[in-house]
Each structure stands twice: as C-alpha cells, then as structure tokens.
Design a protein around this ligand. Structure first.
Ligand SMILES: C[S@@+](CC[C@H](N)C(=O)[O-])C[C@H]1O[C@@H](n2cnc3c(N)ncnc32)[C@H](O)[C@@H]1O
Length: 439
C-alpha cells in the first residue's frame, strides 16, 4: 500500500477498489462517475478528506450499485439469470456465413445442425420420437445421485469427496455444460446439488451454472429450465448463491471466452458436463481435449462424460438398421430433417432443387476413429448431382475400457463409472467421472 493510501480510510480504499474493478482508473474517470471534480477525488485519495457526509456516501453507494446493474446481471427480470452472451464468431449469422463458405466441403460438423430454430426443433422432436431420452435422463440422474450419495458400492460418493464434502468442507462450484441441448439432465444435477446447499448441510457456498451452446433456442430452454428450478427450490434469500450464465460459444473452434469468468480460487471446483454422446460427435476428440478442456479444467477439476457404448455385436446398435437401408419410421424421418437441414436450407436460399439424401456409413477404425476400439456411424448427405457427399455428423460408439485408457494418456483418470442399459439390458451409454491429473 502506498503512503498516500495508508493515510486514508478503508471506506475510500473500498470505493476506489470497486471503481478500479469496473475499469475506472484515473481521477478524471472516477470524478465523472461520482459527479465531482478530479480535485475532490484527489482529496479523497490522499486522506485530505477523511469521511463523507451521509448524503454523499449514499450517492456514492447508489452509483456503485448502478455500475453493477449496468453490466446486465438479471436483465432477464428474474432471479439468478444473466443475459445470453454471444461470443465472437459463435452467433447465428456467423454460423450461417460459415455454412455458406463450407457447404461444398467434405466435412461440415454437428454444430450446424442445431443453431437454426428449425434445427433446434428437429432435435427436440428426435428426443420425443423414441430416442429414449427419458431412459437416458433418468440414467444420468441415477448416476449423479450415486456419485454424490454413494450406494454402498466401491466408488460410492466419489463426486462428494471431490467437492471435499466428505471432509465437511464447503466450496464454490462452477458447473459448466457443453452442449446441454434442452438441459433436462443438467436441471436434474442442479436439483441434487441444491439439496446439499441448504442451511442444514451448506456444502455449496455458491453455484454458477454456465450452459454453453451455439444454439440460442436450446440455450434459452436450458437456462430457463435451470433458473425455474432454482427459483422454485431455493428460498428467496438464497437466490444470489445461484447464478445461470448462458454462453453462446463454440466449444470446438471458438475462443472459449466464458472460461475467463470462472473462479480462479483453487478451493473452488469446476465440473464440466459433456453429456449425451456429444463427445462422439466431435471432429477430433484429441483436439477438443487439448484445445478446449485444457482451458477449462485445472489440475484436480472434474469432467463428467457420457458416451455411447459400442455393442458386442455392432448389428445390435440402433443406428445399424438405418445404415443398412432405413426403417422408414418417424424417428428416421426426424433424424433426416435434422441432418439434412443445413444443406436443405442453404439450397432453398440459392434456388437449387437438388435433393439431399442422408446416408449412414459405418466406419470401424480409420481416420475418424482415433480412439482405439471406437466405431463411427458417419452421417453423410448428397451435395450435388455428381455424387459429391459431405459428412455432417459423426456418431461414435466406444469400447469403454479402451477409452478410459486413452484418456489416461491425456492426463484424465476415471474415478467413477455408471452404465445406463436399455429395456433389453444392453448397455446404451456410460457415464465417466474423470479428474484432470496434471497441469
Ligand atoms: C447432441 S446435442 C445435445 C446433447 C445433450 N447434452 C443431451 O444429453 O441430450 C449437442 C448439443 O451441442 C451443441 N453443439 C454442437 N457443437 C457445438 C459447438 N461447437 N459449440 C457449442 N455448442 C455445440 C448443439 O447445439 C446441441 O445443443
């Protein structure tokens, strides 16, 4: 502390600290906020003026309050919900432009399926058309409860111990979901975490939920679902402990700006949820771990991964029949409208009549199956009459032991696993709770 600041009161220290935080550094800038002269600011700083009269202090407090409001928290008019931040290059018009530039390339990528409202609707429809979303979301809730509460099994309570609850400590939790879709699973996780945050247990000091998606319609659904849950489950005086901060951000190719808003305190924990097989949709799993996860997770932070399981007989996979020639059912029709959507819309906009036809091509190994033992159902569409095709969506299934081993090579150890099986007892997805073991 400088000699001039040591002679002034701590109230002035606090006032100038807050102004610095809001970016007002010079005497002139600070004077403009409080409606005083730079000389007055200088007198407050040097200790020439020791206290403010009650009226002036109230004015100063009101201005500082205004500076926070001005940044937009709770603009949505409801507790605990921040406005959606659209990061550079991740907005709908950016993706539309990318699509126009890349429409005739051999690979497009899954992010283009959902950003348009029609794509988001097709996804919701697919969820409602025999996709098993209820089974999968109940399966996630059961896995999350087991990780928190334990069930008397070997791995019981793994998540609780990582959040330091088993030591009777509390911490702040940054819960990030990459590609939440409609956010049903995340809302279930938040509901369970809320149960441990109350005055009785108080194991969560604060929780910030950051849903990350390029689809604004889905991001809104996911954010509002979580916000409603917080509003309904938490007493009003505890609302400020919970914050939903949606980011329209591209987690594969974008700048990951939302990472700058996460807590840096080593006592707080970051938990990244990557659910619903989206890991298997990536262009490159290795690039995602090295580029994105390395910026989000510190040593000791947590990754919750849900991946599709490779069947012992690949013919037992739901996508096999579609790859073999199709079923002609409602689920196939909706999948087609999701996968063909981007090219269809592009063609309609340039007046081209050429049909797009989804085809699913099974790939066992090869360039798109870098994780040992993985299997890829590549979703292709026609892009011109000469038979040129574009891969729009990868849908991979994993040999779970081989995946775990592969993740060790990137510094991620598995602490908990839970398999979700279908009505016939076949493993459908597996949940892995992983900890980053190195910087
Ligand atoms: C398969 S869906 C949703 C899965 C959902 N987590 C579940 O468990 O049902 C994938 C989600 O990821 C989003 N997405 C895909 N690629 C993305 C990217 N590069 N950046 C941000 N969001 C992306 C999509 O918009 C979509 O909401």
């Amino acid at each position: 502390m400088s000699s001039s600041s040591s002679s002034r009161s701590q109230v002035f220290d606090l006032i100038f600290g807050l102004l610095e935080l809001h970016g007002f550094h010079t005497n002139e800038a600070q004077a403009s906020i409080f409606g005083v002269t730079p000389t007055t600011i200088n007198n407050w700083k040097t200790g020439k003026v020791k206290t403010l009269n009650r009226g002036k202090l109230e004015e100063v407090i009101a201005r500082i309050h205004f500076l926070s409001k001005r940044r937009g928290v709770d603009l949505a008019g409801e507790p605990s919900l921040c406005p959606i931040v659209i990061e550079d290059g991740a907005g709908p018009e950016d993706l539309e432009r990318d699509l126009r530039e890349k429409w005739d390339s051999v690979y497009l990528g899954h992010k283009f399926l959902y950003y348009h409202p029609a794509g988001a609707m097709a996804w919701m429809k697919l969820m409602a058309t025999g996709y098993g979303s209820d089974l999968l979301s109940k399966g996630f809730a059961a896995a999350f409860a087991e990780a928190l509460e334990g069930s008397g099994k070997r791995q019981a309570g793994a998540l609780a111990s990582l959040l330091r609850w088993t030591e009777g400590k509390s911490c702040g939790v940054d819960l990030i979901s990459l590609g939440p879709g409609d956010g049903t699973k995340e809302a279930r996780a938040i509901a369970q975490l809320i149960t441990h945050s109350g005055p009785g247990s108080r194991l969560i000091d604060w929780l910030t939920y950051t849903p990350v998606d390029v689809s604004i319609p889905l991001l809104r659904l996911a954010s509002e679902k979580a916000r409603n849950d917080i509003r309904d489950r938490v007493s009003e005086e505890r609302w400020p402990h919970f914050l939903v901060r949606p980011a329209c951000s591209d987690f594969e190719d974008g700048g990951i700006g939302f990472a700058g808003h996460l807590s840096e305190n080593p006592e707080d924990r970051r938990l990244v949820l990557f659910l619903g097989g989206t890991f298997g949709n990536l262009k490159s799993e290795a690039a995602f771990i090295e580029r994105t996860l390395s910026r989000l997770l510190r040593r000791g932070d947590l990754l919750w991964l849900e991946v599709g399981v490779r069947q012992a007989r690949i013919e037992d996979d739901g996508l096999w029949a579609l790859a073999e020639g199709g079923l002609g059912d409602a689920q196939e029709t909706v999948r087609q409208s999701l996968v063909e959507g981007p090219h269809r819309r592009f063609r309609a906009s340039v007046g081209s009549l050429i049909d797009t036809r989804m085809r699913i091509i099974p790939r066992d190994g090869g360039a798109t199956c870098a994780v040992p033992g993985s299997y890829n159902f590549v979703h292709d569409v026609d892009i011109n009459a000469m038979g040129q095709r574009c891969s729009v969506l990868y849908s991979r299934r994993y040999d779970v032991d081989a995946l775990r081993q592969w993740l060790v090579g990137f510094g991620y150890e598995t602490l908990f696993d839970h398999t979700v099986s279908d009505a016939r007892g076949r493993p459908r997805t597996v949940h892995l709770l992983l900890r980053r073991t190195r910087d």
